[in-house]
Design a protein around this ligand. Structure first.
Ligand code: UT7
Length: 320
C-alpha cells in the first residue's frame, strides 16, 4: 500500500516587515493596543510592488525541495493554493512550474481561500495514494495586500503576504494519517472579494469584505469539530496530538480552538503575531517555522487545520 509523507518544508516572507505602528504612520485609523488585544497581531510582511504569488512560492518551494533533497525535475505534481493568483490565467502553479524549470508535471491551482493549503495537501495525498504520482509540491502563496482596502481598518490590519511549501512523497507507511474537508457555500457573503474582471473592467468590488464577528464564530465552531473528525478517523484522542497548527487568523480563535480540543497553548504553533493572516500560506508558513526551530520532530503527530471564505474548512493529521 502506498502512503504520502512530508519529505520537506519551506517558506518565504517578503523582506518588508510592517509593524502595527507603521500602519498608523501610513494613515490607517487604528492603534497597536487594539490590534494586539483583538487579534494578537504585531507585525506582517508585505510584498514589494511587482512581487507576485508565484515569486513568493518559488523561494518557499526551493527551500522545501532542498530539505527533501530533490530537484525540480523529480516533481510530478504541483498544486498551488492561492486566492491572489498572478493572473486570471494561466494558473500560478504553471507559472511556478516554469520558474522552477520543471516540465511535464501535473500543475493546477486550488481556490479555497484560507483553507486552500488543506485542500491542496489532501488532493496531493490522494494523487499519491492512488499511485499516479510520487512527488508533489504543495504550496500556499498569497499577496493579500493587493486586495485590501487600506481605508477599511476592520480588515486591512489583519492580513499579510507570504508563501509556504511542502514536498509530499510516496512512502510505505504514513505520513498523512487522516484528512477531512468541508464547505458550506451558504456563508459565501461573510468573507469575500465580490468583484470580477469583465469587458476590460473590474465589475463589483475588488477589495476583501468581511463580517468579522460572523467569521469569528464560524471559525471557532468548525475548527475544533474538524480536528476531532480527523482524530476519530485516525483512532486518536485529540489530547494525544503533539502539535496543533491552526489557521493563523486571530489568537483568540486559536486559543478557543485549543481549549475546545483540550490542548495546552504550549502545544500550539502560533505565528499570527509575526505574520498576520496570510490566508492559504498561513499553515505551511507556521509548519516550516516550527520544523526549522526544532519544535516539530520526525515521528510526532501534527494536526493542521484551516478555515476560510466559501465557507471552507478542513484538517489533516500527520505523523511528521
Ligand atoms: O481567515 C479568516 C479570516 N478572518 C478572520 O478570522 C477574522 C475573524 N474575526 C475577527 O478576528 C474579529 O471579528 C476582528 C478582529 C475582525 C474584529 O474584532 P471584534 O472584537 O469582533 O471587533 P468589532 O468588529 O466588534 O469592532 C469593535 C470596535 C468597533 O468600534 P465601536 O463600534 O465599538 O465603536 C470598530 O469600529 O473596534 C473598532 N475597530 C477598530 N478599532 C481600532 C475595528 N477595527 C479596528 C481597528 N483599530 N483596526
Amino acid at each position: 500500500m502506498t502512503f504520502a509523507r512530508v519529505a520537506g518544508v519551506g517558506s518565504y516572507l517578503p523582506s518588508n516587515r510592517v509593524l502595527n505602528n507603521d500602519l498608523v504612520a501610513r494613515g490607517v485609523d487604528t492603534n497597536d493596543e487594539w490590534i494586539v488585544a483583538r487579534t494578537g497581531i504585531r507585525a506582517r510582511h508585505l510584498a514589494e510592488a511587482g512581487q507576485t504569488s508565484s515569486d513568493l512560492a518559488l523561494i518557499a518551494s526551493q527551500r522545501a525541495m532542498e530539505m527533501a533533497g530533490i530537484d525540480a525535475a523529480d516533481i510530478d505534481l504541483i498544486i498551488v493554493a492561492t486566492s491572489t493568483p498572478d493572473f486570471v490565467f494561466p494558473s500560478t502553479a504553471c507559472l511556478l512550474q516554469n520558474k522552477l524549470g520543471n516540465k511535464g508535471a501535473t500543475a493546477f491551482d486550488v481556490q479555497a481561500v484560507c483553507s486552500g493549503f488543506l485542500y491542496a495537501l489532501t488532493i496531493a495525498e490522494k494523487f499519491i495514494r492512488s499511485g499516479s504520482h510520487r512527488k508533489a509540491l504543495v504550496v500556499g502563496a498569497e499577496v493579500f495586500s493587493r486586495i485590501l482596502d487600506w481605508n477599511d481598518r476592520a480588515t486591512c490590519v489583519l492580513f499579510g503576504d507570504g508563501a509556504g511549501a511542502v514536498v509530499l512523497e510516496a512512502a510505505d507507511s504514513p505520513g498523512i494519517l487522516a484528512t477531512a474537508l468541508h464547505a458550506d457555500g451558504s456563508h459565501h457573503g461573510i468573507l469575500s472579494v465580490p468583484g470580477n474582471v469583465c469587458g476590460g473592467k473590474v465589475v463589483g468590488d475588488p477589495f476583501l469584505r468581511m463580517d468579522g464577528q460572523a467569521v469569528f464564530k464560524f471559525a471557532v465552531r468548525v475548527l475544533a469539530d474538524v480536528a476531532k473528525e480527523c482524530c476519530d478517523v485516525a483512532g486518536l484522542a485529540p489530547e494525544s496530538i503533539d502539535w496543533l497548527i491552526p489557521h493563523q487568523a486571530n489568537i483568540r480563535i486559536i486559543e478557543a480552538t485549543a481549549k475546545k480540543m483540550g490542548l495546552p497553548m504550549d502545544r500550539v504553533i502560533v505565528t499570527v503575531d509575526q505574520h498576520g493572516n496570510t490566508s492559504a500560506a498561513s499553515v505551511p508558513l507556521a509548519l516550516d517555522a516550527a520544523v526549522r526551530d526544532g519544535r516539530i520532530k520526525r515521528g510526532q503527530k501534527v494536526m493542521l487545520e484551516g478555515v476560510g471564505g466559501g465557507f471552507t474548512w478542513g484538517a489533516a493529521l500527520l505523523e511528521f
